[in-house]
Structures are given as structure tokens and as C-alpha cells.
Design a protein around this ligand. Sequence first.
Ligand code: NI
Length: 203
Amino acid sequence: MSVVNCHKEKCLALTFDDGPGPYTRQIVDTLVAHGAKATFFTIGRSVAADPETVKYAHDQGMAIGDHTWSHPILNTLADDAVTSELSKTAQAIEAAIGSRPVGVRPPYGAFSKTTPHSGMPFYLWDIDSEDWKNRDASMTTQRVVSAAHLGGIALMHDIHPSTAEALPGMIEQLQKAGYKLVTVDDLMGVRWILREPTIRHSK
Ligand code: NI
């Protein structure tokens, strides 16, 4: 039972948006088998439809984030509509896992300086797998591995079979290069300050 200290280790955060979906459990199982963690930025209406998969991911040590209820472009909405998108999703996540989401991934990375946060940090990304576009396991892997860097946050989507297929080889290459794969809140060191470590698996 230990939490990776990203002040000392070469940490990188894999993130998966737009689930839960049919490949989410497979992706979680691949992460667990490799001793890796990741963050799932979930769609609220999908969480409400399949809370068990979200709980499964959380129980395996994954972080769960808020990717809005219906995937709108937030900076085209009125503030109260943004707050509703985020808070309804946060409530669905809390009902599924018993705790609040770690933060928000705004759809398309779109927000403005005045976009409400509903009390949660926004997490963007700086490594883009383009998995939604290439739908190709080797291209997805290549884009993440070639752009990997200390403190990086990689964007993927757990709704594509090619992403699930890419993951074992991608993780093995990243780990061979010395990366510790962690959740976004581990990456930011937030866990050290705000709360006790959640369930950890030492596989
Ligand atoms: Ni999305």
C-alpha cells in the first residue's frame, strides 16, 4: 500500500474521457494488471445509466472525474446551465462511488475565464492521443509514447476498442521508460493535502 510521490518519481497521468462504456472495465483491468492508475472523466448521463462500472473503476483505485452531463461546449452556455451540467454529474458520481469527482475535464477543452467550476479544478491535457480520430491502436500508442514527458497528462477515450487494444503495449513502453502512471490528483500532489489515500492495490 503506497501512494506514488510525484515530487520524487517520474509521473505521468493517463486519462480517459466520455465513458463509462463497453470497454471501460477492460481498460481498468489492463491498468490493474500493470500496477498503473488512471483517471476516468465520465459523462453524467452514462454514469447514471451504468453506475456499477464507475464504482468498479473507483474500487480498483482509479480516479473518477466529471466530464459534464451531456458533453456541451461549456463556454456557449449560461452560467446556471454550466453549473447544472457539472453538479448533476457530480451527484451521479457521488451516488456511484460515495465521493466527489476529483475534478472536471471540460468537453473539447473549451471554457472561459468566467466558466463556473462548481468547486472543482479543471484538468486539461498536454499529450493528445487523437484516438477518437485515428481509431488505430499503434497510432494511439505512438502518439502518447512519443510525446510522453514528466508531469504529462494524456488524453484518450474509453469508448473506442482501438484504445483498449493499445493500452497494454502503451503502458509497457511507458513503464520501461521509467514512468509511474498515476491519477491526475496524485500528479498534482493534491492527495497529500486534501484527503487520505483511497484504496490502493499493490500488484
Ligand atoms: Ni469528451
